[in-house]
Design a protein around this ligand. Structure first.
Ligand SMILES: Nc1nc2c(ncn2[C@@H]2O[C@H](COP(=O)(O)OP(=O)(O)OP(=O)(O)O)[C@@H](O)[C@H]2O)c(=O)[nH]1
Ligand SMILES: [Mg+2]
Length: 244
C-alpha cells in the first residue's frame, strides 16, 4: 500500500511507521563497544571453557583465513588475538569479553583454524572433534562468523562445518560468512565471489571484509552488536496477515 502524496503546497505528511529511522547505537558507539574487548580466558579443551551467560560469537574458518586479524580489526586492538603469517598460530579457544564499565554483554571466541596441512593427522582429528562438539553443544553460542579467504572460496571443510551447524542455524543460531582479504581482489572479482558464496551459503548472510583496507568493518561490527543485543534491535516488521 502506498501512502497518499501530500497535496501541493501543504506540509509533508508524517513519515509512515514502516519508514521510521533505524534505532540503535551510532557507528561510533558500535565501534566503541567493540573496543571494550579484553582477554577473558583460554582453553585447549571444551570442558575447560567457563559457562557464559551472555551471547557468545565464534570466529571459525580455515587456518590463515584471518580470524585473529579480524578480531583485532573489529576491536581496534593490535594484539588482542594472536595473528601470524604462520598458519596454525591459534591453538586454543580464546575468549574475549565485551561490555562497558566492567560489565560483560557479549563474548567473542577465537578458534583455531582447520585445514592446515602440516598438522599431524591425529591432532587434526582431535581438533575437528573439539570443534564439532563446541559448535553443537556450547549453550551460550549465539552466532558464528565463518571466515573464508575468497581466493579459495568455501572449501570442503567449510561445507562440513556448515553441515554440523545447520540444525542449530535452523533453530535460530546466527550465521555470517565473512570473505576476508578482500583487498586482494578487484571490484569485479569481489562481486563475483560474493554472489557465488551467497548461493553456496544457501541464502545466509555473506559480507566482504578487509583488515588492510578496513572494508566492511563497521558493517560486520553492527551485525555483531545486533546479535549481542537482540532486545535492543528493532524486530523485522511482521507481515500483515490481512494482506495477500
Ligand atoms: N591482505 C590482507 N591480509 C590479511 C587480512 N587479514 C589477515 N591477513 C593476513 O593473513 C595471515 C593470517 O592471519 P590470521 O589472523 O593469523 O589468521 P587465522 O585465521 O587467525 O589463522 P590461524 O590462527 O592459523 O587459524 C596474516 O599474515 C595476516 O596479516 C586482510 O584483510 N588483508
Ligand atoms: Mg588465529
Amino acid at each position: 500500500m502506498t501512502a497518499p502524496a501530500p497535496a501541493a503546497g501543504s506540509t509533508p505528511a508524517a513519515a509512515p511507521i514502516s519508514a521510521a529511522p533505524p534505532t540503535g547505537p551510532s557507528p561510533t558507539e558500535v565501534m566503541g563497544w567493540l573496543h571494550t574487548a579484553r582477554f577473558l580466558t583460554t582453553a585447549a579443551q571444551l570442558h575447560h571453557l567457563p559457562p557464559i551467560d551472555v551471547p557468545e560469537i565464534a570466529f571459525v574458518g580455515r587456518s590463515n583465513a584471518g580470524k585473529s586479524t579480524c578480531i583485532n580489526t573489529l576491536t581496534q586492538q593490535k594484539q588482542l588475538a594472536f595473528a601470524s603469517k604462520k598458519p596454525g598460530r591459534t591453538q586454543h579457544i580464546n575468549l574475549f569479553a565485551l561490555g562497558r564499565q566492567g560489565t560483560t554483554d557479549a563474548v567473542f571466541a577465537d578458534l583455531p583454524g582447520y585445514g592446515y596441512a602440516a598438522v599431524a593427522r591425529q591432532d587434526k582429528i582431535r581438533w575437528q572433534q573439539v570443534m564439532a562438539n563446541y559448535l553443537v553443544s556450547r549453550e551460550s553460542l549465539t552466532g558464528i562468523v565463518l571466515l573464508c579467504d575468497p581466493r579459495l572460496g568455501l572449501t570442503e571443510l567449510d561445507e562440513a562445518l556448515l553441515e554440523v551447524v545447520r540444525p542449530r542455524v535452523e533453530e535460530g543460531l546466527k550465521f555470517l560468512v565473512l570473505l576476508t582479504k578482500a583487498d586482494k581482489l578487484t571490484r569485479a572479482e569481489q562481486s563475483k565471489v560474493l554472489s557465488i558464496t551467497r548461493l553456496q551459503a544457501g541464502g545466509g548472510e555473506v559480507k566482504l571484509f578487509s583488515a588492510l583496507k578496513r572494508q566492511g568493518v563497521e558493517d560486520a561490527g553492527r551485525l555483531l552488536w545486533d546479535w549481542s543485543h537482540p532486545a535492543a534491535t528493532p524486530a523485522e516488521p511482521t507481515p500483515d496477515p490481512a494482506q495477500p
